[in-house]
Design a protein around this ligand. Structure first.
Ligand SMILES: C[S@@+](CC[C@H](N)C(=O)[O-])C[C@H]1O[C@@H](n2cnc3c(N)ncnc32)[C@H](O)[C@@H]1O
Length: 243
C-alpha cells in the first residue's frame, strides 16, 4: 500500500495467467518512472497502468512493480497455503494460472452437501491441481472415491500429495482423457456404483486468455479436448443407465 501510486486506481486483478511478466517489463517500468517527475506524465502513467493491469503487477517498492508470487496466487485462488510449494516457479505459475478459483467452485457445488450426506464419488476430468477436490473438501463433502484424469505429472503429484494429507477415500489417477475408453469407464461405474459428480475444465488455450495467435476455438489443438469431455460424459451416462 505504501508504494502504491495514487494514479494507479486498480481495485481488481485481471485474469491470472500461466506466466508472469519478465524482468525486462518490470525494469522498464522502474526506469521510466525514475526518469520522470512525480506524478509522471500521462503517457508514462498510461503505459505503466497498462502493463500493471496486463500482468497483475503489484507495487512492492518505490517505482517498483512486481508479479504476484506463487503463494499469493494460491491464496487468491483459495488453495491451502503451500499447495504447489516444492515445484519450480514456472511450473507453479502454469498450474495455478490454469486453475479454478476454489471458492467460486465451492459456491456452485455447495448444493451437493445436503444431497450426499454420506459422501460422493467423482469423475474429475482435466483435474489440474485439484481445484474441484479442494472445493469439495472445503465444503466438508467426503469424497469416497475420485477417478482423476490429468496429463501433467507435476499436477498429479500436487493432487496426490494433498490427497494423502487430507483424504481417506480412494484416488485413482489416469494420464490422458484420450485413453479413457468405454470399457474402462464402465468398469469404474461398476466398481463405485456410478459417479455422483463429473467435473472438469477442459483446456481453454484456443478459446480465451492472452493466447491471441491460436484462437482456433473448439477445433484448436488443446480446446478440442472438450469433445473428449462430452464423449466421456455420454459414456458415463450410458454405463449408469445399464447398472
Ligand atoms: C483449464 S485446466 C483445468 C483446471 C482444473 N479443472 C482445476 O481444478 O482448476 C486444464 C487441464 O487439462 C490438462 N490436460 C491437457 N490435456 C489433457 C489430456 N489429454 N488429458 C488429461 N488432462 C489434460 C492440463 O494439464 C490442465 O491441467
Amino acid at each position: 500500500k505504501k508504494w502504491w501510486p495514487s494514479w494507479d486506481q486498480r481495485t481488481h486483478f485481471n485474469c491470472l495467467q500461466t506466466c508472469t511478466a519478465s524482468a525486462p517489463v518490470t525494469e522498464r517500468i522502474q526506469q521510466k518512472l525514475s526518469s520522470s517527475g512525480n506524478p509522471p506524465p500521462q503517457s508514462v502513467q498510461k503505459y505503466v497502468r497498462h502493463q500493471c493491469s496486463k500482468w497483475n503487477l503489484v507495487w512492492v517498492g518505490k517505482d517498483k512493480a512486481a508479479p504476484l508470487e506463487p503463494h499469493e496466487m494460491e491464496y487468491l485462488l483459495g488453495f491451502p497455503k503451500d499447495h504447489t510449494r516444492g515445484f519450480g516457479k514456472t511450473q507453479r505459475y502454469k498450474s495455478l494460472g490454469n486453475s479454478f478459483q476454489v471458492d467460486t467452485v465451492a459456491y456452485h457445488l455447495s448444493v451437493l452437501r445436503d444431497m450426499f450426506p454420506n459422501g460422493i464419488t467423482v469423475l474429475s476430468l482435466f483435474t489440474s491441481i485439484g481445484g474441484g477436490e479442494v472445493a469439495l473438501h472445503k465444503l466438508g463433502i467426503h469424497m469416497r472415491a475420485v477417478v482423476s484424469i490429468e496429463i501433467c505429472k507435476a499436477n498429479r503429484k500436487i493432487l496426490r500429495s494433498w490427497w494423502d494429507q487430507t483424504q481417506t477415500g480412494t484416488l485413482i489417477e489416469i494420464d490422458d482423457v484420450k485413453s479413457l475408453k468405454d470399457d474402462e469407464i464402465a468398469s469404474y461405474v461398476h466398481r463405485f456404483g456410478g459417479f455422483d459428480l463429473v467435473i472438469g475444465g477442459s483446456p481453454c488455450n484456443n478459446l480465451a486468455g492472452s493466447n491471441r495467435h491460436h484462437r482456433d476455438g473448439l477445433e484448436g489443438e488443446h480446446s478440442s479436448l472438450f469433445y473428449d469431455y462430452f464423449r466421456i460424459l455420454n459414456s458415463v451416462k450410458s454405463a449408469m443407465a445399464n447398472m
